[in-house]
Design a protein. Structure first.
Lengths: 115, 113
């Protein structure tokens, strides 16, 4: 069975600083994808970044990068130059890339960016 | 603009009543999903559909039912058999079995009164 673990219930960061949100995963399947989603207080889930298990390089999307360490089964999200609008819940998720795309989610990390 | 539309945003239900949450997408996606989110928790899969007229149970399907008569639509009915239905419900879709991005609607808040 697949499992996602996010051990940080809450994180604080000052505006313009970088922050790392931790995510570890567990699966015996060699082919999988890892996702990060942002959920503001409005509730919608906003896709941030994706990393495939066979991707050689770490994924980057603007201020977001995914620190993928396959041997450690970790997929940490790095947000550079934090902004006040980054305050939200962040979820790490995993899916198998064989068969249908069932996403398994972690419990999330609440990020608060202070001025 | 393409996207997923969920309605209503907020819904109150009396105990013993069935309610239906709407989910419509214009992304031409094959697969659609319903997730439930409880406070402080991640999302759990209720039902999913890979193609029209076909759907499968997810991890917490008891007390819920779905239909997929059209590619664009995947309504979720919360029945009176669901013992604790108060939650946030999210609909999602993806562009087929190998799509690497799952898009979500804005969600529906259901409260039992």
């Amino acid at each position: 069975a697949q499992k996602i673990t996010q051990t940080q219930p809450g994180m604080f960061v000052q505006e313009k600083e970088a922050v790392t949100l931790d995510c570890t995963y567990d699966t015996s399947d060699p082919s999988y994808g890892l996702f990060w989603y942002k959920q503001p207080s409005s509730g919608e889930m906003i896709f941030l970044i994706y990393q495939g298990s066979y991707d050689q390089q770490n994924a980057t999307e603007g201020r977001y990068s995914l620190n993928f360490q396959k041997a450690r089964k970790s997929a940490n999200l790095v947000i550079s130059a934090s902004q006040l609008g980054d305050s939200a819940m962040y979820f790490c998720a995993m899916s198998l890339t064989t068969g249908f795309q069932k996403l398994v989610f972690g419990t999330g990390t609440r990020l608060l960016v202070s001025p | 603009d393409g996207g997923i539309t969920q309605s209503p945003k907020y819904l109150f239900r009396k105990e013993g009543q069935n309610v239906t949450l709407s989910c419509e997408q214009n992304l031409n996606h094959d697969a659609m999903y319903w997730y439930r989110q409880d406070p402080g928790q991640g999302l759990r899969l209720i039902y999913y559909s890979q193609i029209v007229n076909d759907f499968q149970k997810g991890d917490i399907a008891e007390g819920y039912s779905v239909s997929r008569e059209k590619k664009e639509s995947f309504p979720l009915t919360v029945t009176s058999a669901q013992k604790n239905p108060t939650a946030f419900y999210l609909c999602a879709s993806t562009g087929g079995l190998t799509g690497n991005t799952i898009y979500f609607g804005e969600g529906s808040w259901l409260t039992v009164v």
